[in-house]
Design a protein around this ligand. Structure first.
Ligand code: C2E
Ligand code: MG
Ligand code: MG
Length: 623
């Protein structure tokens, strides 16, 4: 008897040691010892005790009955379900908790095969369970404390954890099963898992879950030799909405966008919010890579539809980058990075567009990232400078002003054109401090030349859209003029047509403020944007600069001449001065003069040159 008891205690310990996770260990060990002790008592009294020859039978029966009741009471007091199962897998004993848990009245539960407590679908998988009661190696599977699905009498299922305590000794070949209903804990775990894997705002998968699932989808596609498309979606004007209408509105907008995207995709596609206003999609099993075009078109159309929240109608739009598996990459990280690059390309091409990844993008992007990093330090390291280009009156060739043009000499790459670095400066916002430096530097230089007895010419400075959207811009201009002592009427701010038209109401207000300062304004690169001259009438402007693309062919009989001459006539009718840009030959200059153009700028009259050279030119002219 003692040997059996010791074995049971030992088995209890083993079972506990194997229980890796879910049971609370201290509680479990308590239960196991309690149950094991009960088992010892039970067997001592019912099995071995009756063999003792000196006990009287009646006394023995009475004791046995009492002890049995006592035992049953203790057995029933266990918070866990307890089942005693014999070597054949038949339930021999059970407590009230087990009966309640499985929905079987106790008398009916006894004598059932233990499989009756498992759903049919998993019985096959758990033959080990039945055998487990007889065959030691299988017990380990069960004693690990992993959960498994159990079945109630009414057919409903629920998760349980089981610890098995084998009792094999002479007269005993049963297993004690300690069963715990873990429905509540599993539900909690699942909700925690759901929270950890999903974005709290939109309920879509989050970035972590997305990359994990994407990895699985890639593995599957690889096995099945299927194609996948990965899309990176970035909303176009979300930041503006968020800033102007507030975060709550921004959140609601994101939820609406998420719902639209979800509704447009198949169940098998994976959609996630990657953070901020970025979403990503994996299109599962694409028959043709061209299908990605169709989906991108569909998604863009959906996102371009106005969103109406609390009476505010908002237009969002998006840029989409697409990359294909296995063509453009193998690993999830790589594909996402490529889709991201393609998305930037789509944004740069004018937004509301999609773009497929191409290997050159990698190289270009790396270069861009390097330039962006270096541009941050360019100003403080003195790598920026200004070149000056003269502007002349066509009628007599007199110098009327000059334009300040920014230059960047990179320490290792040498000179970098403004066409390359100005867009980077604009996108990063660096154009604001850099633009202010240009303004001050140009005014300072003009002032210094005037102080040195050289003519007081009009200084033209380029202003980017980003600077214009800063409400403090007119104040900055006034301050720069005050600090440098340059008169406002000799400062001309050049704003490209495209920048002016971005927000016409704002532009009009800003131009009025600049006018009230006394500064002059010019539309730069006219003809390259979408404005009409009639529109410009509404703006208080002083000058219009005809883009050099129309000047190039002005001497020939053709469209360029017609367009250039029409612009000149109409601009003058609006009271604007007209300057032709990019005049490279005497013929062009003569033709422009003939068509009534006031002024010109271009290599024919002088290239943009550093300050010293420009100064020498000024002195040489004897001005
Ligand atoms: P933009 O304001 O239209 O400047 C005129 C551009 O035409 C300059 O190019 C100038 O070098 C070039 N150019 C002048 N004459 C001729 C010619 O006869 N033939 C040809 N082919 N080109 C001529 P650059 O200096 O490369 O500047 C390009 C653009 O970069 C400028 O166009 C302007 O939009 C922008 N930019 C330059 N400096 C600044 C700045 O300080 N701030 C801002 N925001 N933009 C600037
Ligand atoms: Mg300009
Ligand atoms: Mg221009």
């Amino acid at each position: 008897m003692l040997a059996t008891g010791a074995m049971v205690m030992f088995a209890a310990q083993i079972a506990f040691a194997r229980d890796q996770a879910p049971f609370d260990r201290m509680v479990l060990v308590g239960h196991l010892y309690k149950v094991a002790s009960l088992w010892l008592v039970y067997h001592a009294l019912f099995r071995e005790g009756v063999h003792q020859p000196y006990r009287r039978v009646a006394e023995s029966r009475r004791d046995a009955a009492q002890s049995h009741a006592h035992y049953q009471q203790l057995f029933d007091s266990s918070p866990d379900g307890l089942l005693v199962v014999d070597a054949g897998g038949v339930i021999r004993h059970a407590n009230a908790q087990a009966s309640a848990m499985f929905g079987w009245p106790l008398p009916e539960l006894l004598g059932q095969a233990v499989e009756a407590l498992l759903p049919e679908a998993v019985r096959g998988r758990h033959v080990g369970l039945r055998q487990g009661f007889a065959a030691a190696p299988h017990r380990r599977d069960m004693a690990e404390g992993q959960w498994l699905r159990a079945r109630r009498r009414d057919g409903s299922t629920f998760p349980i954890e089981v610890a098995l305590v084998p009792q094999r000794a002479p007269h005993i070949d049963t297993t004690l099963c300690i069963v715990r209903d873990v429905s509540r804990r599993r539900a909690l775990e699942e909700s925690l898992l759901q929270q950890a894997a999903h974005d709290a705002l939109t309920g879509l998968a989050n970035r972590r879950h997305f990359t994990e699932r994407m990895g699985q989808m890639l593995a599957h596609a690889r096995r099945q030799q299927q194609q996948l498309a990965v899309m990176f979606i970035d909303l176009d004007h979300f930041k503006k909405t968020n800033d102007t209408l507030g975060h709550e509105m921004g959140d609601r907008l994101l939820c609406e966008i998420a719902a639209r995207l979800r509704g447009a995709l198949r169940e098998s596609d994976l959609l996630a919010r990657m953070g901020g206003d970025e979403f990503a999609v994996v299109l599962a099993d694409m028959a043709h890579s061209g299908d990605a075009n169709i989906v991108a078109r569909k998604l863009l159309d959906l996102l371009l539809k106005p969103v109406c929240i609390d009476g505010h109608e908002m237009l969002v739009g998006a840029s989409i980058g697409i990359t294909l598996f296995p063509h453009d990459g193998q690993a999830a990280e790589e594909l996402l990075r490529h889709a991201d690059l393609a998305m930037y390309r789509a944004k740069a091409s004018g937004r509301n567009a999609w773009c497929f990844y191409q290997p050159e993008m990698n190289e270009r992007m790396r270069e861009r990232v390097d330039l962006e990093r270096d541009l941050h330090h360019a100003l403080e390291r003195g790598e920026l400078s200004l070149h000056y280009q003269p502007r002349v009156r066509l009628a007599d060739g007199a110098l009327t002003g000059f334009e300040a043009l920014l230059r960047w000499r990179h320490p290792t790459r040498g000179p970098i054109g403004p066409d390359v670095f100005i867009p980077i400066a604009e996108e990063t916002g660096l154009i604001v401090p850099i633009g202010e430096w240009v303004l001050r530097q140009a005014c300072c230089q003009a002032r210094a030349w005037a102080a040195a007895g050289l003519p007081r010419l009009q200084v033209a400075v380029n202003v980017s859209a980003r600077q214009l959207s800063d409400a403090a811009f007119p104040r900055r201009v006034r301050q720069a003029l005050a600090d440098t002592g340059w008169p406002a009427e000799l400062l001309e701010l050049e704003i490209t047509e495209t920048a002016l038209m971005q927000d016409t109401a704002q532009s009009a207000g800003l131009l009025r403020e600049l006018k009230s300062l006394g500064a002059r304004t010019a539309v730069d690169d006219f003809g390259t944007g979408y404005s009409s001259l009639a529109y410009l009438k509404a703006f208080p402007l002083h000058r219009l600069k005809v883009d050099r693309s129309f000047v190039a062919g002005v001497q020939d009989e053709g469209d360029d001449r017609v367009i250039a001459s029409t612009i000149i006539v109409l601009a003058q009718s609006l009271g604007l001065q007209v300057t032709a840009e990019g005049v490279e030959t005497a013929e062009q200059a003569a033709c422009l003069l003939q068509h009534g153009c006031d002024e010109a700028q271009g290599y024919h009259f002088g290239r943009p040159v550093p300050a010293e050279e420009f100064e020498a030119m000024l002195r040489g002219r004897g001005a």
